[in-house]
Design a protein around this ligand. Structure first.
Ligand code: ZN
Length: 626
């Protein structure tokens, strides 16, 4: 395994601003005390509790407790190892990565699998795009399909790297072998069918995509992670998915369908006040929107929308306009989307075209351009108006029974909204749409909510009962305020205390049975040897995720003490008392009860006792200039 030089990690952390790293994933706003704030990427929240301290280079969420530095952030949000995260940051910010002598440096074999699969997708996207641009029969065919049949401009193809997979698809395998990607990456990238027990050769690399129009799928950071392949007349007869209009990449180490929204990488920078996200059904719809200048369009990856996708969306902007086909499949999908969206804290409106029987977003924008968007926005429906109409299109003609069933269906949706205000507003809308008396409806909703609450409580009880039978979690929260933790906090904020503490505090007074003790012991050792790297460069000293998290937590606490030396001395006294007093009590007990232990010699016990007392009385003074 290649080992990155500690000096290089130090250099990287000096040169990379944590705000630049975090803001790729989290929209940050200025908060007090020189800190930045945003919505936490690690848990679902509607008010920001995720804090970034730029000067110290740490982040912490006061909601879920996640904390760390630049490298931890990249590791956790991109699921990378420590080395991979450092390499990724180096690449992103142009900091050269150096490896320890003899540790090899990254070869194709050793390079992380995920990074390799990213690179592989990059190369594949370029390969497909070149085939699309090529001055040959394949290129001609696909360009014609793009511009004449789909009526998309060529610039759009360049911008999104639209590609072509020819009927044989053989060029891709040859390219990947030439580029010396590892066997594991080729087997797991999802671009080929390879039999498990077959040796890897050009012949055994059977391409998944043949004779299809290739649309690269990017994650929210703009990296190609998968492809959607549109069927064409050139899709060969022996394609196992011949009849499928669209074929998607399977899930791979870099691609999880449920967490991805098409075009989010671009749309997220275009949203803002008065510019909500526009959710459309398919990738080509989103591309159409982009081509007419509507830059905030996104599309789910695959057929269903998941909570994960919406939580991702909510990080950037709270308003979404849902614009699906007006056919029944589109309307059903829109209705399924609504409760999930409300649960994720999104404000939703539905775009419809007044008076239009059938509405196809692609066709509308193709014919009317951006003006078509203005038109559908004028006819936009609120969430409840849409849901009521979709559930009970004609309340005037409906029976009391039908209305009551519709109301129950609406309650399910209304209950997803978190705020009481929103719920009550929703109920008002439902009452007027379904033509049901508001007071009766509010009462029914209360009954519904109580029943739901009871069910939820029963589920929670069951979960708790289950949890009671399972062992306690191995890692406890850093809540225990031990003297070790307190001294660690002091050392991190008053580094000048480190050396005097290191020379005064005997190592065996420190309880290394918990993370704070382990770190205090290790840090004081560094101070003693004059090897303390400074709080900005602690990485080489931190070995486990718990250690990193604890340091990050402590960096966010502000001890702000008048006399840190005094406080440190008090901590020392506590540690001394804790390690010496039990022995003192033991001796006193033995002396008071001489027959209980015939082995003990009262003289030596007395000696030890007075020595312990002397030690406990000795003033502990730290010669520190803080
Ligand atoms: Zn959080």
């Amino acid at each position: 395994m290649p080992v990155i030089k500690p000096t290089c990690i130090r250099d990287l952390k000096l040169r990379v601003n944590i705000a630049d790293v975090v803001s790729r994933t989290v929209t940050l706003r200025k908060a007090g005390g020189g800190q930045l704030k945003g919505l936490c990427p690690f848990h679902n929240e509607k008010t920001p509790s995720f804090n970034v301290n730029v000067d110290k280079g740490y982040y912490k969420c006061f909601g879920c407790g996640k904390a760390g530095d630049t490298i931890t952030f990249v590791r956790e949000t991109e699921q990378l190892t420590f080395t991979e995260a450092v390499e990724a940051l180096g690449k992103r910010f142009g900091v050269p990565i150096e490896y320890e002598e003899g540790s090899g440096g990254p070869s194709h074999e050793e390079r992380s699998l995920r990074q390799e699969i990213f690179d592989l997708h990059d190369a594949a996207a370029e390969h497909f795009h070149q085939a699309f641009k090529a001055r040959d029969a394949t290129g001609e065919y696909f360009r014609q399909l793009w511009t004449e049949k789909r009526k998309f401009p060529m610039e759009l193809a360049d911008e999104f790297k639209i590609g072509a997979a020819d009927e044989t698809g053989s060029g891709l395998g040859a390219l990947m072998l030439r580029r010396k990607f590892s066997e594991e990456a080729l087997r797991r990238c999802g671009l080929f069918f390879i039999y498990e027990d077959t040796a890897l050769t050009l012949h055994s690399l059977r391409p998944r995509f043949r004779g299809r129009l290739m649309i690269p799928i990017r994650d929210h950071q703009g990296r190609v992670v998968a492809f959607t392949a549109r069927q064409t007349e050139r899709t060969p007869e022996d394609d196992p998915a011949r009849e499928a209009k669209y074929v998607n990449s399977p899930e791979t180490p870099i691609f999880t369908k449920g967490n991805l929204l098409f075009n989010l990488d671009r749309a997220r920078t275009a949203v803002g006040e008065g510019k909500p996200f526009v959710l459309v059904e398919g990738q080509l719809d989103a591309l159409r929107c982009w081509s007419v200048g509507l830059k905030t369009a996104i599309a789910p990856q695959g057929t269903s929308i998941t909570e994960g996708q919406l939580v991702l969306l909510r990080r950037y902007h709270a308003q979404v306009e849902c614009f699906f086909d007006s056919d029944s499949a589109g309307q059903k999908a829109a209705l399924r989307f609504l409760p999930l969206a409300l649960k994720a804290g999104l404000e939703v409106r539905f775009l419809t075209l007044a008076g239009a029987e059938k509405l196809d977003p692609d066709l509308l924008f193709l014919e009317r351009g951006l003006a078509g968007y203005d038109e559908v926005r004028r006819g936009a429906q609120s969430a409840m108006a849409f849901a009521c109409r979709a559930t009970l299109p004609d309340p005037m003609a409906a029976s009391a029974e039908q209305k009551s069933r519709a109301a129950q269906a609406m309650f399910e949706i209304v209950a997803q909204a978190e705020s009481e205000m929103t719920r009550s507003q929703f109920l008002g809308e439902v009452s007027s749409h379904l033509r049901l008396p508001l007071a009766a409806m509010q009462k029914d909703f209360q009954t519904f909510a109580q029943r739901q609450g009871r069910q939820a409580a029963a589920r929670a009880d069951a979960a708790e009962a289950n949890a009671a039978h399972s062992p306690a979690p191995a890692v406890s929260a850093p809540a225990a305020h031990t003297p070790e933790r307190h001294l660690l906090l002091l050392v991190l904020h008053y580094e000048a205390l480190g050396r005097p503490l290191g020379t005064t505090l005997p190592h065996d007074w420190i309880d290394t049975g918990h993370t704070a003790g382990v770190l205090l012991n290790r840090f004081l050792g560094e101070f003693e040897q004059d090897a303390w790297p400074g709080t900005q460069h602690l990485d080489p000293l931190l070995e486990t995720p718990e250690e990193r998290a604890l340091v990050a937590h402590l960096m966010f606490e502000s001890p702000a003490l008048d006399d840190p030396v005094k406080v440190a001395q008090e901590g020392l006294r506590q540690l001394r008392a804790r390690s010496l007093e039990p022995r003192l009590r033991e001796i006193e007990l033995a002396l008071a009860n001489p027959h209980a232990d015939s082995e003990s010699d009262p003289i030596s016990l007395l000696k030890e006792h007075s020595e312990l007392q002397r030690q406990l009385r000795t003033p502990l003074v730290l010669a520190a200039a803080v």
